[in-house]
Design a protein around this ligand. Structure first.
Ligand code: ASP
Length: 328
């Protein structure tokens, strides 16, 4: 197999370049954990550590109370998955999620106890300033001073920005963009990582699809890997990533698996103009397309225009538009 790294959005090169570096250097070493898991976590971590990306890690936009919370997960197989949600003191959910997978009998830790776990595991807390950057604070101050948010203390739910009609004309809302990184090493082993600060100005305590196994990310060496970004509630209502992987288990090619998962959303939800979900999907070496045919490859698809994926292979790194858009 040829190594490959596939990630979400145009900030993908921030993830793919370090992931590729790990993959080509260590991808064939094998052993517990393996190079491909190291690679996808290196990719997600680079995005988490970039303060200019306002939807993941340091720099993430806060919840309605002005506090940033981070979610993330990693996965290699149904019995190799780890996750954390609502971290407030640590910047790197994917690396901490891996530790949950490797050091506990559990899959998911949340909230203050997840922060405490990270501390016990020796991760460095973010320090006094916290996760909120000056830019993110400024955006939150603008949001909170919007008169339509006067009922914010009742936390009835997320209220779109005032300029939503304008945004609807220019494409789906951009205030939430998860980094999902899928990788395959030279031996055909898959791994995935998914990291987010979630929907901007969310109700405090809200956790979306990204850290939930089977929703924001699912990986099964026998069937393939899939990951989602966009409005998490839409993905959660349809078990989006699990659905795409199960489609491949039954023989679908990646583009058809992604299309089926997204179509399920369009059929089962009443979509607003700011609703967007995109998926990246990768066949396993022995799954889709493996039934006597060649490897099924990978795909990306989105409900609406605007989504881009980043692909890195022996030919280099490319940022490209989704291969299929359902509501073009
Ligand atoms: N899916 C993420 C969430 O709902 C956000 C995103 O990917 O845009 O938390």
């Amino acid at each position: 197999m040829q190594p490959i790294v596939l990630s979400t959005w145009s900030f993908g090169p921030v993830a793919n370049n370090p992931a590729w570096e790990v993959l080509v250097r260590r991808g064939d070493e094998g052993g517990g954990g393996g190079g491909v898991l190291d690679a996808v976590i290196a990719g997600a971590t680079a995005v988490e550590n970039d303060p200019t990306i306002n939807s993941v890690g340091i720099g993430g936009l806060p919840d309605a109370s002005g506090r940033v919370s981070l979610d993330g997960c990693v996965m290699e197989n149904p019995d190799r998955a780890g996750s954390v949600a609502c971290l407030r003191r640590f910047a790197n959910p994917c690396a901490i999620a891996r530790r949950v997978m490797e050091k506990t009998i559990h899959i998911m830790l949340v909230g203050e106890d997840a922060d405490r776990f990270a501390e016990r595991e020796g991760f460095a807390p973010i320090g006094e300033k916290g996760l909120l950057t000056d830019y993110a604070r400024g955006e939150w101050e603008k949001w909170i001073s919007d008169p339509r948010h006067l009922d914010r203390d009742k936390y009835r739910g997320w209220i779109p920005p005032l300029n939503i009609e304008e945004k609807a004309r220019s494409g789906p809302d951009q205030s939430h963009d998860t980094v999902c990184v899928l990788g395959m090493d030279g031996r055909g082993r898959l791994a995935g990582a998914c990291s987010t600060s979630g929907m901007a100005f969310k109700v405090p305590g809200r956790v979306g699809d990204s850290p939930i196994i089977g929703h924001g990310l699912y990986v099964d060496q026998e069937a393939g890997a899939a990951a989602a970004t966009g409005n998490g509630e839409l993905v959660m209502g349809t078990c989006g990533s699990f659905l795409a992987v199960e489609m491949m288990r039954r023989g679908a090619m990646p583009i058809d698996a992604a299309t089926e998962a997204l179509t399920r959303i369009t059929r089962r939800f009443k979509l607003g103009p700011d609703h967007q979900v995109a998926m990246i999907v990768m066949a396993s070496a022995k799954g889709a397309g493996g039934h006597g045919r060649e490897w099924g490859g990978w795909a990306s698809a989105a409900i609406r225009p605007g989504f881009q994926h980043t692909i890195t292979d022996a030919g280099g790194t490319r940022v490209e538009p989704a291969q299929r858009v359902l509501m073009a």
